[in-house]
Design a protein around this ligand. Structure first.
Ligand code: B9F
Length: 125
């Protein structure tokens, strides 16, 4: 099977879209993220930027992590995951994420983090 490639367009099961680009060969990548969902009603979603790193040295199914700094709100998401490729060459990204909101004070810190998972696949077009 060929090496699982992070570069290009991805969609997840929520309908969020992201594009990963690699300005220079190596571990570091960047890109953009357009979330399909937001927790607060009435928020206008805008494109946000991401940057991350993958282990491109030790596996054809690399592990990676990236950060999305949400451009339309005060919060940050971290994703970690692995790029898998099956016998037909179909790629997918199995990820987990942490979403950090801004707490008004240290006493509210306990409620500032959400956790979840996303499965990313190649869009049809
Ligand atoms: O909804 C989040 C948010 C931040 C401040 C007000 C609302 C921002 C968008 C997060 C999108 C998540 C999902 N999209 C996706 O593709 S990231 C993980 C999921 N995967 C309320 C207060 C702080 C957080 C929520 Fe907010």
């Amino acid at each position: 099977a060929h090496k699982c490639n992070l570069i290009g367009n991805w969609t997840n099961e929520l309908g969020s879209n992201m594009t990963i680009v690699k300005p220079t060969p190596g571990t570091i990548f960047t890109g953009s993220y357009f979330t399909a969902v937001t927790v607060e009603n009435g928020t206008v979603i805008k494109e946000s930027f991401l940057y991350g790193a993958e282990d491109d040295q030790h596996s054809d199914q690399p592990v990676f992590g990236f950060v999305v700094n949400w451009s339309f709100t005060v919060s940050i998401s971290d994703f970690i995951g692995q790029c898998f490729v099956d016998g037909e060459g179909v790629e997918k990204l199995e990820t987990m994420w942490l979403l950090r909101a801004k707490a008004d004070s240290s006493g509210d810190n306990w409620k500032a983090t959400r956790v979840g998972s996303n499965l990313f696949f190649r869009p049809n077009k």
